[in-house]
Design a protein around this ligand. Sequence first.
Ligand code: NAD
Length: 230
Amino acid sequence: MTTPRRVRVLLVGAAGRMGKTIVDLASNDPNIDIVAKCDLGDPIEPAMKNCDVVIDFSQADATNEICRTALHHRKSLVIGTTGHSQEQRLMIENTAQSLPIVFASNFSVGVNVLFWLTRKAAELLGSDFNPEIIETHHKMKKDAPSGTARTLAEIVKRTRNLDSQIPIQSIREGEVVGNHTITFTGPGERLELTHRASSREIFARGALRAAQWVTGKAPGLYSMQDVLGL
Ligand code: NAD
């Protein structure tokens, strides 16, 4: 029996909260080898040469350079960074025509099941149940609403074919890792679905799983739901 080759990773945003969590987790993962790390001001081009996959948990303004360099070197991408502009999202979508990319606003198994449940609830409850989203994160979080809250809103809009915005309330307090609640309020009843993250490891574990999954895939824009087979 042959042992699977370790996936060689370039980690962008390595000095951040998520970057450090990924480094810790990868140090005990026999399938992952973090061969290079970049943070603000480090050149990405030389670091990319010897990796199979780039994992990005940095800031949205790093996206263009990461995509351009990955296209040049034909590397797969796992993008966890949130808060992209329309233009930056378009760059990711265009790059995915040539490279396999897992792009997920949330890499946790629980939140991806929440996405699935939200789609089902939006379908089953009908238009007299009004959706609303509340998200809470630590004070240092740069973007609002969170990428996960935006994804929840997009799921409801797509499922119900809506143009109007879904109300999102963003709370920034303390050291909250990430809480998301979507409510559907109808005549005389209300359904609430909540996910609470208590550790960043859930995102890091999902990103490492995505890095192994995406290696060798055909070009395309994949979600964490594809990785999990949901
Ligand atoms: P953080 O601020 O702690 O870390 C970000 C790091 O990226 C910092 O060290 C910063 O110096 C670095 N950085 C900024 N610009 C850069 C650039 N141009 N090139 C290289 N490095 C750069 O933030 P965090 O909490 O680690 O989160 C990082 C990103 O991941 C955020 O967008 C956050 O919303 C997102 N996030 C996603 C998930 C998910 O599951 N998808 C989970 C948690 C956080």
